[in-house]
Structure formats: C-alpha cells, structure tokens
Ligand binder design. Sequence first.
Ligand SMILES: Nc1ncnc2c1ncn2[C@@H]1O[C@H](COP(=O)(O)OP(=O)(O)O)[C@@H](O)[C@H]1O
Ligand SMILES: [Mg+2]
Length: 421
Amino acid sequence: MRVLLYTGKGGVGKTSISAATAVRCAELGYRTAVVSTDPAHSLGDSFDRPIGSQLTELAPNLWGQEIDLLTQMDQYWGKVQAYLNAVFMWQGMDSMVAEETAILPGMDELASLMQITSMAESGNYDVIIIDAAPTGSTLQLLSFPDIARWYIEKIFPFQRKTIQLARPVMKRMTDMPLPDEDVFDSIAELVDFLERMSRLLSDGTKSSMRVVLNPEKMVVKEAQRAYTYLNLYGYSVDAVICNRVFPRTLTDGYFDTWKSAQAQNLQLVHECFQPLPIFEIPLFEQEVLGLPMLAHMAETVFGANPVRGGHGDPTHRFYEGKPQDIFRRNGQYVLSLSLPLVARDEIELNRSVVDELVIRIGNWKRNVSLPTGLARLDISGAKYEEDRLNIFFDATDTREISEEELRSKRWENLKSRFRGT
Ligand SMILES: Nc1ncnc2c1ncn2[C@@H]1O[C@H](COP(=O)(O)OP(=O)(O)O)[C@@H](O)[C@H]1O
Ligand SMILES: [Mg+2]
C-alpha cells in the first residue's frame, strides 16, 4: 500500500500531476484511488468529466473522489462536541457561541485525514494519491494529528479512572457537567484514529510526499519552506516535480528573458532540494485535460514503457534517506543535512535572512529555510558526522530524546487517560 501526496503553491500543477500519476498506476494494474482534499476541487476538470464526493470509477482500476469536508465527522466527534457544548454553556456561554467554540480548528483537515486513513486501512487499494490543497493548508492537514492531540490534552486534563472514582463526590459539590462513559469512549476512539493517521503518513515506506513547483523564484521559495516543515514533522519527501519548464524547441526571441530566468531558477531548485530526485515536465502546447493528455504527462515524468515494480512505476520510493532532519542531542538542537561527497573544505554558514541558512562548501551551495523554532536560536557550530553535516543550535532544553520517541510517548500517555477499566 502506498500513499502519494502532491503539494505545492496554487496553480503549479498538483491536480494534473496527481491525475497523471493515477492514470499511470492504474495502467500498471494497481487498484488506484485519487482523492482531492483541496476545497477548490479540479480533479474532475483534469479528467474532463464530473467527479463527485462519492468514489467514482474513471477507468479500469481507477477511482476518483473530491472529498466533501463536512461529512463523516459526527461519528467520532458528535458526542465529544455535545459534552463540550454542555460545559461551555454551564460556564455561562450563549448556546450558539458554545456550539461554535466546540468546533476545533482543523475539523476540515480531520475529515480528509479520516477518509484517507479509512481507505488505506480498507485494503481495497494498492495506491492512494492525494491531490492536496496549496502548501499552507496541507501543512495544516499533516500537522493536524499532533495539534489535535495537544488540544485534547488541554481540554480533557483528567484521567478517565479519576473521574469514575470522583463522580459521586463531584456530583454533590458542583453542577459542572462531567463527561460520561460515552464521551470517554468517543475520545478514546478519536485519539486512536489520530494516532493511526499519524503513523500512516509518517511511515516513509507507506507514504511519500512530493513537492510540485514551477521554476519561478517565489514558487521555489514557498516549496522550500514546505520541504523544511515536512521534514520537521517527520514526513518523508521523496521527489520534487518541476513543472512547466520551457522546452528547448522554444526558440522565439520573445521568451529569451523568461528562458534565462528559468535557467537560473532551475539551478536554485537543485541547490534547495538536492539530493532529492528532481523530475522535470515541459510546458505543453495546451492544457492537460483528459486521459490521453494525462497519460502523456505521466510519460514525460516517469518515462515510457513502464514496468510494474520497475522502470516508470510512480509508486517507487524515489528517495529513502532523510535529507534534512532536526533532533535534540546533548542539550542542543541539531539540523542534520545529508551531503553528497564533497571536498571537505571549509564550511561557510551564512544566515542571509533570519530564517534562511546558506551553506557553502567549496563551490557547493545549499539553501535551507529554517523552521521558526530554530530561527530564534544561535548557531554554535557545525560538524561532519557519517556523511552528514550537522549544524548545532544552542537550546536551553536538555532532554536527550528524539522527536519520534517523544511523539510516540505522548500518544501513549494520552491514550492511557481515556482507556476504560
Ligand atoms: N506542464 C503543463 N503544460 C501546460 N499546461 C499545464 C501544465 N501543467 C498544468 N497545466 C495546466 O495548468 C492549469 C493548472 O494546473 P493544476 O494541475 O490544476 O494546478 P494546481 O492543482 O496546482 O492548482 C490547468 O489548466 C492545467 O491543465
Ligand atoms: Mg488543484
């Protein structure tokens, strides 16, 4: 089972490349579903036929769906929401306001994630392709399980067992509504679901994120930030798709300035994303609409004459390492970058803007956008360790624990709170 998610700025070609990938996967005999989580759905436009909020068969082995964000949340959240309503109203909140407040931020994301997780767990598909919303919303989507966990920790700061024991006493002391068994069951179920989503998406053998961009400066910058945050959240990015590259056959002098700008930006793409594979797609003579055009697009990205499990198979994991990683060690944050073999001359670190780091080694250069957490900190040094350049940031924190361990501990703690007797 593979989940392939395409993200990038609006208009770069996410929907087209998602659809093209889906066409190729189905052609290889994979049971393929392509789902759009962008509220501005255009999957139907790509396939040149209507696709609704129900799974629609588009070709042999190929199904498509434009997820309707407002369905299917009630099942897990309904009871919890009703309880929150009661608490907010008890606190004197107007019932309308209480109802609004009980809807947590990110509910839309939750609906999409639940749908994708259910599909992945159903065993009905070999590949699920996600045509995601523009970068910001997708990062929100992918960080949702962690954010939701944070909220649940804060909103329900009590243990199920404690409440069970204290219920008779509390009843006499206060008329604050206490969550009953139903509510706890719902939260437990929700937390369980969230953890499964988080595991599915952060497991690089199952899920790969792909960054789509155009060779334009602003687009590259946004893609670079997205890439940094995806790494930070522990998601595995395995390829960059550089779409709308001017073909060599374009010789009209009118485009000369555009072409030289593209050449520069392509260079920038390589500096920002190496050692990830970078697939280029030319600007076609026309829009990408309908199955034949999508198949053609797939050919330019993944190659012709594909073999299942071999050449031209989009489900391949194109990059396995973690080119960029952030973890804590000895009271410091470490930004760890995998480096191709370079002459180990002097490393030159430059912070051009506060949140951007430019690393020069000889004539090799790499741009890294720093996540806000690191941008605030001072760099205390850098060192080569096992083919990686590790850059150390001073941190006040002294815990020696990886982000991953920390995460799974947190889930465990949270789950134990809501478990029944
Ligand atoms: N390489 C390309 N050549 C020509 N047109 C393209 C190319 N890639 C995408 N398009 C067209 O550009 C428009 C936007 O692409 P789309 O895939 O919908 O972008 P996104 O989903 O990122 O907003 C669509 O009309 C699509 O057909
Ligand atoms: Mg789109």
